[in-house]
Design a protein around this ligand. Sequence first.
Ligand SMILES: Nc1ncnc2c1ncn2[C@@H]1O[C@H](COP(=O)(O)OP(=O)(O)O)[C@@H](O)[C@H]1O
Ligand SMILES: [Mg+2]
Length: 228
Amino acid sequence: MLLKLEEISKSFGNREDATERIVLKELSFEMDEGESVAILGPSGSGKTTLLNIIGSLDYPDSGTVTFRDRRINDLAEQELDHFRNRQIGFVFQFHHLLPQCTLLENVLIPTLMIRDKGARSGSVNRAEQLLKRVGIWEHRDKLPGRMSGGECQRAALVRAMINEPALLLADEPTGALDGENLEILTGLLLDLNRNDGLTLLVVTHSQELAARMQKTFTLRNGKLERNG
Ligand SMILES: Nc1ncnc2c1ncn2[C@@H]1O[C@H](COP(=O)(O)OP(=O)(O)O)[C@@H](O)[C@H]1O
Ligand SMILES: [Mg+2]
């Protein structure tokens, strides 16, 4: 088991002034190493909130998140930063590359947070391998503003993979891409899952992308329901 969520609940707002909105309600979910899962669900159903809790960017009100037998809820701030930086990769709908840095500089940014020199030493080589693999190595010295949205999203994927995470959380990763670029990014995600054993959790509105994951779930009424 890579990831286990037990009875996760999360609300926003206040009960007192009737602004409370229950987003996740005793949600339980498990993922094995190497699995690929798509999460569907209407806008506002809590998909991003769920990914944020899994990636320790947000806290549940109650319930536990366990990652490889460690309870994430119990980690101190510094351990949490380490966990997030080393075990989890994030890809969002928009690439969020720094406009003043080249593609190569952008993808190396997460390696700067690693203090262990040994762990960091291979990162330039790794950036080269990954940038070649996604087809943008020749553009490494260009600024994001000179690249297409699809190419920038591929750089964002490399940045997410640079510290060799066990789990990739992708929040509508193809939401801003057209047909051809959607196809390229989907292919890259599947390649990383199948050939590198990357565990993949993808929130998407794309039926095409969802259909290529091993399992799909829909987030409804605060819980994940398995489809099919
Ligand atoms: N930080 C926040 N403060 C208040 N409400 C929030 C916050 N984040 C999300 N919400 C609310 O929680 C609900 C679920 O949001 P979200 O997880 O972004 O849904 P989805 O990603 O499925 O569109 C929405 O009603 C949203 O307005
Ligand atoms: Mg969202």
